[in-house]
Ligand binder design. Structure first.
Ligand SMILES: Nc1ncnc2c1ncn2[C@@H]1O[C@H](COP(=O)(O)OP(=O)(O)O)[C@@H](O)[C@H]1O
Ligand SMILES: [Mg+2]
Length: 249
């Protein structure tokens, strides 16, 4: 196995499928026998809950890691359902932004913390908040590449240009992922095709359809790829993992 791949799942828009993608991809990599770490970097803690970990009960979170109050190894826990390791997040993280500004190396604190455990993993996924805040900057500094989930809507192209403009120029786009795709919706089809025309092979072949199983799995604290592996949504994320693993080989 080659070096660890660190992927930040980024889009400054909320509700585009970042968390759903992070959780299901981590579980799909685990299913494929890869050692995966998911870092929840959103104060909403949705990736934590969706991995079956109670965010309110987590004694140490990514907040403590960023502020240097805990080693990453001491803050991580296990998603028993998902088969991957998790650094949880909760509301406490919302205050980190202000506190981070004062600290040395404020943009690279996650990267430094991650360096101590990175050799233990094949994949590290970072679920980002819907903003280009100092939290997201930490993710972009720690990651080699970004995975950008996009809902197939008319403003998808404007969003991708804005995200690109803010990115570290060395940061590579791993891929654009079309989410919540509705094949019966003409606009969805058109935007999907436009993305292919503009971004070519940067667009993952795998399309994630709108699928109720993906939306309901988080309330059971089980990634959809395990909750109902036969559902169209789960199948899409399993296919995406294969596509990424194939490309990485
Ligand atoms: N492909 C999909 N089909 C149906 N619902 C989805 C899909 N992807 C995400 N969702 C639901 O849409 C909402 C937003 O998704 P989420 O992954 O939380 O987005 P983000 O992290 O970008 O804010 C959630 O309620 C989620 O369960
Ligand atoms: Mg989210």
């Amino acid at each position: 196995m080659s070096a660890t791949q660190v992927l930040a799942v980024v889009n400054q828009k909320g509700g585009v499928g970042k968390t759903t993608t992070s959780v299901n991809l981590a579980a799909a990599f685990a299913k494929a026998g890869r050692r995966a770490l998911l870092i929840d970097l959103d104060p909403q803690g949705n990736a934590t809950m969706g991995s079956g970990v109670d965010k309110r009960a987590a004694p140490r979170t990514v907040y403590h890691v960023l502020l240097g109050l805990s080693e990453l190894a001491a803050a991580r826990t296990r998603s028993e359902q998902g088969g991957f390791d998790l650094v949880p997040a909760n509301r406490e993280l919302a205050g980190a932004e202000v506190e981070l500004v004062e600290l040395p190396g404020r943009e690279s604190r996650l990267k430094s913390a991650l360096e101590r455990v990175i050799a233990e993993y094949d994949f590290v996924l970072i679920d980002c908040p819907p903003s280009l805040s100092l939290l997201t900057v930490n993710a972009l500094t720690a990651a080699q590449r970004v995975l950008i989930p996009m809902q197939c809507e008319y403003y998808a192209l404007a969003t991708i240009k804005r995200v690109r403009a803010h990115l570290n120029p060395q940061l590579e786009i791993a891929g654009l992922l079309r989410t919540m795709y509705d094949p019966r919706n003409t606009l969805s089809q058109q935007v999907s095709q436009q993305l292919e025309v503009h971004f070519g092979d940067k667009v993952y072949r795998t399309l994630v359809p709108r699928n109720v199983r993906l939306a309901e799995a988080p309330s059971y604290g089980v990634p959809a790829v395990l909750w109902d592996a036969t559902s169209k949504g789960a199948q899409a994320y399993l296919a995406l993992a294969s596509e990424i693993l194939g490309g990485a080989a």
